[in-house]
Design a protein. Structure first.
Length: 351
């Protein structure tokens, strides 16, 4: 239907143009030596060209229309609103800029140049306003957060940060069926984990590799769909600010074990899922009295103390282990302390 409508309009326009040109310029072809014949010949030629060109233009427009739903699905409501406003603003500015060209230049040059001004400025306005949609709507006092919506897997959307990936309990939640939907892995988080995995420090390298392994394993869990979002959000220099911007843009739940980041997200109305808090409410790793094997990584801040790390990155302070750095020993958990950055365990050498 669209193709036929476009073809009809283009054919009529080309026919009218051919008729006008033929009548104004008789004798431009041997088949037409008088104004009436030239006009008829021009109209026929214009109709033929318009029919072919109209079909091609109609198909291009039809393809563009078919792509609109996919583009709209990737675009936030804020961007659509700001882009439409910018388009209208660009049209107005372009129309004003075209007036001198239309009146001061010859008609054959002024009108095309004026139309070019309008098209270019309207496109520039739409692009600029779309790129700065959040700032513009925030300045106008309008909310820019897109509400959470179901994903193709029938669940919710989640944005995973570095701490949650290293913690690893998000994988158990997904395998247990407590986490379903689309898990968005920010590209800058993957890059950060890769940097940690390449660190020269043994415990940091272990944590980075654990985080990458967890993210890789998530893609194989039934009911979970993982995607990598490569946007860098240049307007937000800090990683935490980028995470908040991405979660807000996607209307997603932020998965993190970072206490301060969770507070900042809560103040912005972003939903939080803390795998560490969930795990601790059930059973968070070794408890008092448990005996585990651990590598003493370094000396502690107090004389005689040694420090080791569990696989999830939890720090363990070990009494009288400063001389055992680099060795694997049996320790007995004596107690735990909850801090703003997670749990801190205290232990002693097992008897």
């Amino acid at each position: 239907m669209v193709i036929e409508a476009v073809r009809l309009v283009v054919t009529l326009a080309a026919t009218a143009a051919g008729f006008s040109i033929g009548r104004a310029a008789p004798g431009w072809t041997e088949a037409a030596t008088d104004p009436e014949s030239a006009a008829v010949f021009g109209a026929m030629l214009g109709a033929g060209i318009g029919y072919v060109a109209g079909g091609l233009i109609g198909r291009l427009i039809r393809r563009g229309i078919d792509r609109v739903p996919a583009v709209a699905d990737r675009t936030t409501g804020a961007q659509l609103f700001a882009g439409a406003f910018g388009f209208v603003a660009g049209l107005l500015v372009g129309a004003v800029a075209a007036i001198p060209a239309i009146f001061l230049l010859p008609e054959v040059l002024g009108w095309p140049l004026g139309a070019l001004f309008v098209i270019v400025l309207a496109s520039v306005g739409a692009r600029v306003f779309t790129a700065r949609s959040e700032d513009l709507l925030a300045a106008a006092g309008l909310a820019t957060r897109r509400p959470t919506r179901p994903t193709e897997t029938g669940g919710r959307r989640y944005v995973v940060d570095t701490s949650a990936a290293i913690d690893g309990r998000i994988l158990e939640l997904a395998r247990g069926g407590l986490l379903r939907g689309e898990i968005i892995l920010p590209g800058f988080v993957v890059d950060e984990l890769q940097g940690i995995a390449d660190s020269g420090q043994v415990h940091r390298r272990r944590r980075g590799r654990r985080g990458l392994d967890v993210l890789d394993a998530l893609s194989a869990v039934t009911g979970v769909h993982t995607t990598v979002d490569e946007r860098t959000f240049p307007g937000h220099p800090e990683v935490d600010a980028k995470l908040l911007a991405l979660a807000e843009d996607q209307g997603a739940t932020l998965v993190t074990t970072d206490h301060n980041l969770a507070k900042a997200a809560g103040l912005r109305g972003i939903e939080i899922l803390d795998p560490q808090a969930i795990g601790e409410s059930l059973r968070s790793g070794p408890m008092a009295g448990d005996v585990v094997s651990l590598v003493v990584e370094k000396t502690g801040t107090e004389p005689g103390q040694g420090v080791g790390y569990l696989d999830d990155g939890t720090m363990v302070v070990i009494e009288d282990a400063a001389s055992l750095v680099g060795r694997t020993i049996e320790i007995e958990i004596a107690g735990a302390l909850r801090t703003s950055i997670g749990r801190l365990l205290f232990a002693k050498r097992a008897a």
